[in-house]
Design a protein around this ligand. Structure first.
Ligand code: SF4
Ligand code: SF4
Ligand code: FES
Length: 244
């Protein structure tokens, strides 16, 4: 099965990007995009459809099993994991367009710098200070949130997230919801107050992030704490009015 692979090339952040289209013979439409990239990079003296040399295509991967999030990129315009996207998903036009995620600073070709996600998690102190207590009530939410790969696909589609902006997006409130689910009530509401500025207040609830998550985390359900923020804000402002 022959397909055309169109790749956005950029040798460094300072270079002007361009596209190369490469003919590729796939073994079957069950092949995934990660395999396509590995095969292209393993082909000696590869040339594009304009007979230009195709140097190594830079992209990131680690697990190749949908476990690390490193291979997130735009595949035919949608943020997806290369190791979890098969050619049969795009059978109709037989054109595979590969581009880097656009919300993050470019490093090279399909590689971007997603360190902002770790920086943001550090900023909201997204860690437990003592051993977690899992119960029948919080186990499901904690487990679901723990599956976050920090891939950044949700941030790519979020209208309210930008690198260096005030709102940290689903890649922050999903892990935050896990921490919150494991805390006793009093400590939980202290932390929600701390989280609200960066994690909850900026969310417009458009839920663009909900369907795009490659591991299918129930992102909407993780926003439940943002409603708690609203309730507690009302509670505290009522208290102030009662005790002027
Ligand atoms: S619900 Fe909308 S605004 Fe909120 S994190 Fe998801 S995409 Fe962004
Ligand atoms: S919530 Fe989903 S899309 Fe967002 S970073 Fe985590 S795994 Fe990726
Ligand atoms: S390489 Fe780890 S998720 Fe794709």
């Amino acid at each position: 099965m022959e397909i055309l692979v169109e790749v956005r090339r950029q040798h460094s952040p300072a270079d002007v990007p361009y596209y190369q289209t490469i003919k590729y013979q796939a073994a079957s439409d069950e092949e995934n995009v990660a395999t396509v990239l590995r095969n292209l990079n393993a082909t000696p003296e590869l040339r594009d459809t304009e007979n230009r040399e195709v140097g190594e295509i830079h992209w990131q991967c680690s697990c190749l099993q949908k476990k690390c999030g490193a291979c997130a990129m735009l595949i035919n315009g949608l943020p997806r994991l290369a190791c979890d996207t098969k050619l049969k998903d795009f059978r109709e036009n037989r054109l595979l367009r590969l581009e880097p995620l656009k919300k993050f600073p470019i490093v090279r070709d399909l590689m971007v710098d997603r360190s902002i996600m770790m920086k943001n998690l550090r900023d909201i102190a997204n860690w437990l200070e003592r051993e977690a207590t899992l119960t029948d009530k919080n186990e499901e939410l904690a487990y679901d949130a723990s599956r976050c790969l920090q891939c950044g696909c949700c941030l790519e589609v979020c209208p309210n997230f930008e690198v260096g902006g005030k709102f940290y997006g689903a890649a922050a409130f999903v892990p935050a919801s896990r921490i919150l689910s494991e805390l006793p009530k009093a400590r939980k509401y202290q932390l929600i107050k701390r989280y609200k500025k960066r994690v909850y207040s900026g969310c417009g609830k458009s839920l663009a992030c909900h369907d795009i998550c490659p591991v299918g985390i129930d992102v909407e359900n993780k926003l439940v704490n943002s409603n708690a923020v609203a309730v507690w804000r009302r509670f505290f402002s009522n208290k102030k009015t009662e005790n002027p």
